[in-house]
Design a protein around this ligand. Structure first.
Ligand code: BF8
Ligand code: SF4
Length: 632
């Protein structure tokens, strides 16, 4: 039997409408790709030079070497390194733009109020003398430090890493020789290392992959989140709703999709300001909703509802009620313009490196953000008048969610229980077993598996067993849509120990109800928040993060970014579950290095399991083993 496309009721309701409207979706194109190439799936195909493509016969009936003599081990390891470097490049580029924005803000070219507490925190971490300096001076020093990593021509380690990574880990990475120097140089080096006639040693290539994980973790994720928090504010708890039912029939519906919050927050601001124009156009107002990580960003800081996650981005348009969808970078399906052509929806691209034939391009620059945002909001208002009421169907599904759990927000809640040592109540509850451990679920949807199912079934099993779950990215969307991010989720799904802790925390926070069983910590770059939490707990206990009863999971990964984030989690010493098999099985040696060998030298490893309940069992077993080692 074919597995269903999704467990999201809104998606199941819209799929037949998509066919009736003649819209081709990601699921149709997936079917058209069947059977997918076996060589590619195993990672045994190489196109790194023009003598190729070369492919190795996985059954040993054909060639066992590429034309240049590359073995299957070399080819698989090289392909993985390039993918992880691709993910790191995306995050470092994202972070770089945030640093540029902070520079202009510090020089008063852009108008941002700058988060005082975050400025102090980051300055202190970097060893910047804060005395007598105002916000703009501190911001400039932080910008200087960020640029220094990107301009480092020597062998000095990345300072953002040295300032923020767990100390015990830095020693481990140093011993392995994988501490990165300059993120841009490391990404360039990975491209060089994997080109024709270069590194043939799979062990060396896997270590280089681990190094890219560190580039991603500190010069991508951590740098992006830190700078965005300074510019836009550190998230605090917000309550709103998730799923396509947040769209409103009589409102101008404007969807924000992509990853970088700089333009998104401008749009949120201008949508409020221009409500009267929407009313003049016959609407009741403007409803903003988010897809993918741009959605998570504006949720965390501005309480904007979530529309849906990666796999349903086309179906948002199939509602016929989306007047405009504005996109920036990453995870934007090129098909959107095609889908939108069946409706009145405006697809608006904004970035010079993301243009889609058939979409409208409104260039966003740091300097013209306000004008671009106004133009975009006005385009949505004008499109509202062109709606075809016969084509509108908004599925009536949405769930209440609580989000905004930055580390600062979590510590803030814990401080109400112990103002002196806020981590103590959390750690005490881990020690006494009320909380068995912590799992961060992250990453995407992947059309190869039923949308959201792996996220939801895995997490239900974990919270039932008293594991506190923190989530980001499209995993957070999936869990939000399934009702795991509200107090009822704790009542319905959490084990007794976890429920008791979340109830006490909820009471201390002045809510008459428990905190949710899954804490929404933000976008994919906000995985740095999970890293910060792990680092803080390790420091509080004075143990290596690799020893903590903490694990990670990317249940439905698709993007190269998910591979680089996962690699970083492994470098932190975490067992990192992948629910979709990455293209490495063609090499037994590389597969064993990733799933076993790495753990001997780095503490963490990848764990691949495609069945959610078995994956939960595996993660629980891992957590129990770590507890045992700690004497718990
Ligand atoms: O950076 S989880 S599908 S949206 S890659 Fe993309 Fe994956 Fe979603 Fe966010 Ni992350
Ligand atoms: Fe083939 Fe080697 Fe060229 Fe790859 S680098 S395409 S294996 S000849």
């Amino acid at each position: 039997m074919k597995s269903p496309k999704s467990i999201d009721p809104a998606v199941l309701e819209l799929l037949p409408k998509a066919s009736l409207d003649g819209v081709e979706t990601v699921w149709d194109r997936y079917e058209a790709q069947q059977p997918q190439c076996g060589f590619g799936s195993l990672g045994v195909c190489c196109r790194h030079c023009v003598q190729g493509p070369c492919r190795i016969d996985p059954f040993s009936n054909g060639p066992s070497k590429g034309i240049c003599g590359a073995s299957v081990e070399t080819i698989v390891a090289r392909n993985l390194l390039r993918q992880v470097a691709g993910g790191a490049a995306a995050h470092v580029d994202h972070a770089y733009e945030a640093v540029e924005a902070l520079e202009l803000a510090a020089k008063d070219v852009l108008n941002y109020s700058l988060d005082e507490i975050k400025l102090q925190q980051i300055s202190q971490g970097l060893g910047i003398d804060v005395s007598g300096k105002d916000k703009r001076e501190l911001a400039l020093e932080i910008v200087k430090a960020a640029y220094a990593d990107l301009a480092n021509h020597g062998n000095r380690p990345i300072q953002w890493l040295m300032a923020h990574a767990p100390k015990e880990r830095i020693d481990v990475w140093q011993n392995l020789g994988i501490i990165p120097r300059n993120p841009d140089r490391e990404i360039r080096e990975a491209m060089h290392q994997t080109t024709m006639g270069m590194d043939a040693d799979p062990v060396n290539l896997v270590l280089a992959t681990a190094k890219q994980g560190l580039v991603d973790g500190y010069s991508g994720l951590k740098l992006a989140t830190d700078i965005q928090d300074i510019l836009l504010g550190t998230p605090t708890p917000v309550v709103t709703e998730a799923n396509l039912g947040v769209l409103k029939k009589d409102f101008v519906n404007l969807i924000i999709h992509g990853h970088v919050p700089l333009l998104s927050e401008k749009i949120v601001y201008w949508a409020k300001k221009l409500q009267a124009e929407a009313v003049a156009a016959g609407a009741e107002g403007i409803q903003i909703a988010g897809i993918c990580c741009a959605g998570n960003e504006v949720l965390m800081r501005s309480g904007i509802p979530l529309a849906t996650n990666f796999l349903a981005q086309e179906l948002a348009i199939v509602t016929g009620a989306v007047d405009a969808m504005v996109v920036d970078v990453q995870c934007i399906m090129p098909s959107l313009a095609q889908v939108a052509s069946c409706y009145h929806t405006q697809i608006i691209t904004t970035m010079p490196i993301v243009k889609i034939p058939g979409a409208t391009h409104i260039p966003f620059t740091l300097e013209n953000g306000d004008q671009a945002a106004q133009e975009i909001v006005r385009k949505a208002i004008r499109a509202y008048g062109r709606r075809d009421s016969k084509k509108i169907k908004i599925p009536d599904y949405k769930r209440k969610i609580m989000a905004g759990f930055s580390v600062e927000a979590i510590i803030g809640a814990l401080k109400r229980i112990d103002p002196e040592q806020p981590l103590k109540p959390l750690v005490d509850n881990i020690v006494n077993g009320n909380i068995l451990g912590v799992v961060g679920t992250v990453g995407c949807n992947n059309v190869k598996v039923t949308q959201d199912q792996m996220h939801v079934e895995l997490v239900k099993e974990l919270v039932k067993n008293n594991v506190l779950v923190v989530a980001t990215g499209c995993s957070a969307h999936a869990l939000a849509k399934a009702g795991l991010m509200n107090s009822e989720g704790t009542e319905d799904f959490a084990g007794d120990g976890l429920k008791a802790v979340l109830t006490a925390l909820g009471q201390a926070a002045g809510l008459a109800a428990p905190l949710p069983p899954v804490l929404h910590m933000g976008s994919c770059v906000d995985n740095s928040r999970i890293g910060d939490l792990v680092t803080a707990i390790a420091a509080y206990l004075n143990v290596d993060s690799a020893l903590l009863p903490v694990a990670a999971s990317a249940p439905e990964l698709q993007h190269e970014k998910a591979l680089s984030i996962g690699t970083w989690a492994v470098t932190l010493g975490l067992t990192t579950h992948l629910g979709v098999v990455p293209p490495v099985l063609g090499s037994k040696m590389v597969t064993e290095l990733l799933t076993k060998g790495l753990s001997d030298v780095i503490g963490g490893k990848f764990y691949v399991e495609t069945d959610p309940l078995k994956a939960a069992d595996g993660l629980l077993e891992d957590i129990r083993a770590k507890r045992k080692k700690l004497g718990l």
